[in-house]
Design a protein around this ligand. Structure first.
Ligand code: ADP
Ligand code: MG
Length: 549
């Protein structure tokens, strides 16, 4: 059928577009970065599908991206000859917001007063084009298909889908043209120098050639289109890396850590990884998926290969293998022994890089720890092999009020102290007034105050650091008698008759407690509840009970 169909946007899209259209946000340049990034993804997908189905590439040109300004028509077109979209894909992909991160983002946008600043920080994909265009026409042909469709919207409540005109269908032989009818105040984007400036700033490392097609003269390539991770470190500047990070991770902050190396030997591969300096919205999604991209000889394969364990899911970047077969299916990746080796080696390298960052650049390490520490600590109970290393990386708020490494806590041990003490709870303030701290305070012992939900999990298994067991102040027996007190001990207190007191208390509590014991745990409070040294801590029981509700 050739009749146009009008379809409503998903509610979140309408909200987002409303914000976008009425935005006074000044950094509108990012729309071009978003469209180029989508075009590049489409070229990646085509190359990937063409591994199994070479006919998709046909006689057509190699994947590339073209930017075509037209002053007379007032339009700017971003065209790619990538995978393209069928009718239903146009409806699904350009009418809804698929990424859960974006949903969270829209919610944030609405609640924040200066929410528009967030647009630049987090990006809003395709829809950002409505900052500069009052009408957008998308013409697309999926590779290998005969039908060509157009999607048209003025950013209101919906869009229209129709069969493309013969003229459009003849021109678009594969891929997608995004035609932006620019708003009056966005006409500067028709100038070649503006386009080159933005591409240079944001999209220089896109792997595919980006051509500027001027109204007069020959098309010319305006990006360097090199796989930056394949170049040698000595050629690259800090600025190059920052740019590559923003583009590879579609991120808007600066990286707090950059790791670039090439592994040679049994397997060869290039690695370029970054740790962000700020927290994304979807960090605590249950899927715990990482998004490190796997390339094979510069062809993008997938960002779903779990190249790093869940507790490093915040790390972004690329691993480009020389030896994996190009036609490896995404399903085969799960069980590929070579990839398992790469995973292991890269994980070890990332952890050791974090360690050396902690030593050499405490400021950037602190950024990573503040944003992702709670995630890294998942590794303490998941990654048995690296537990001690992860414990050594971890920073804990202690009774000193500072964030401290275990190394520092151990260095400040009191005479005769052999264990590292901690308390788990839901806020530092409440932990500080916990009577279970009294005996430690009386001896000047530094205690870890653990308040992340994950703390209840990793502390539920025995661990030690540097040969010193970690010990809860609220669980099991506690004997601090050998450690001298530093407070004023009340000397001439009459010795209590322990046995008689315990008998009275046991008699009145009966079955409600499993035991009553005398202890030096407290100094000014009379009594407290403690959990058994076996079995879950009270905090873990509390979290599990919450999750089961
Ligand atoms: P994201 O790129 O993060 O998925 P976008 O809003 O930028 O979000 O794009 C939404 C979806 O629209 C993409 O995931 C893709 O499926 C589709 N899309 C956008 N532009 C193109 C294009 N040039 N070619 C093919 N598909 C595209
Ligand atoms: Mg995108």
């Amino acid at each position: 059928d050739t009749a146009a169909h009008t379809q409503p946007f998903q509610a979140e899209v309408s909200e987002l577009l409303h914000l976008m259209v009425h935005s006074v946000y000044s950094e509108t340049d990012i729309f071009l970065r978003e469209l180029i990034s989508n075009a590049s993804d489409a070229c990646d997908k085509l190359r990937y599908e063409a591994i199994a189905t070479p006919a998709l590439l046909g006689e057509g040109e190699a994947p590339k991206i073209r930017i075509i300004p037209n002053k007379q028509a007032g339009t700017l077109t971003v065209a790619d000859n990538g995978i393209g979209m069928e009718r239903q894909e146009l409806i699904d992909h350009l009418g809804t917001i698929a990424r859960s991160g974006t949903k969270a983002f829209v919610a944030k946008l609405k609640e924040a007063k200066d929410g528009l600043g967030l647009i630049g920080q987090f990006g809003v994909g395709f829809y950002s084009a409505f900052m500069v265009a009052d009408r957008i026409v998308v013409i697309s042909r999926r590779a290998g298909e005969s039908d060509v469709w157009t999607w048209t919207s003025s950013g209101g409540s919906g869009f229209e889908i129709a069969r493309a005109s013969d003229e459009d269908a003849a021109r678009v032989t594969r891929g997608t043209e995004i035609v932006l009818h620019l708003k009056d105040d966005a006409k500067k984007y028709l100038e070649a120098y503006e386009i080159e400036r933005i591409v240079g700033a944001y999209s220089d490392n896109i792997l595919f050639p980006i051509e500027l097609v001027p109204e007069e003269g020959e098309p010319r390539q305006i990006n360097s289109a090199s796989a930056l991770w394949q170049r040698s470190k000595s050629e690259l500047t800090a600025e190059d890396y920052k740019q590559a990070y923003k583009q590879i991770a579609t991120a808007f902050d600066d990286p707090a850590m950059t790791l670039h190396y090439r592994a040679e030997g049994r397997y060869s591969y290039a690695v370029l990884l970054f740790a962000p300096s700020t927290k994304p919205f979807d960090l605590f999604e249950p899927s715990r998926k990482g998004r490190v991209k796997l390339y094979v000889r510069r062809v993008f394969i997938t960002d779903d290969a779990d190249l790093l364990p869940g507790y490093l899911r915040f790390v972004r970047g690329v691993v480009d293998s020389e030896d994996l077969p190009l036609n490896i299916s995404r399903e085969m990746l799960q069980n590929n022994p070579q990839l398992a080796q790469i995973r292991k080696a890269v994980t070890t390298r990332v952890v050791s890089e974090l360690e050396s960052l902690a030593d050499k650049d405490a400021e950037n390490f602190a950024k990573i720890w503040d944003a992702f520490g709670a995630v890294v600590k998942e590794g303490i109970y998941e990654d048995f092999e690296r537990r001690e290393k992860l414990l050594s990386l971890s920073r804990f708020t202690t009774t000193t009020g500072e964030k401290r490494a275990l190394k520092e806590v151990v260095a400040d041990f009191k005479p005769n102290q052999t264990e590292i003490y901690y308390l788990v709870g839901d806020s530092i303030e409440r932990l500080k007034s916990n009577p279970r701290l009294e005996a430690a305070t009386a001896r000047g012992i530094e205690v870890l105050l653990l308040t992340d939900p994950v703390d209840a999990f990793w502390t539920s298994m025995p661990s030690e650091f540097d040969g010193k067991p970690l010990k809860s102040l609220s669980q099991g027996d506690l004997n601090l008698d050998l450690i001298p007190r530093v407070d004023e001990e009340k000397k001439d207190e009459p010795a209590a008759d322990e046995a008689a007191t315990i008998a009275v208390i046991k008699g009145s509590l009966g079955e409600r407690v499993s035991d009553v014991k005398a202890s030096t745990r407290l100094t000014s409070s009379a009594s407290c509840l403690v959990a058994d040294s076996q079995g879950p801590s009270r905090e873990l029981e509390r979290i599990l009970a919450q999750q089961n509700r």
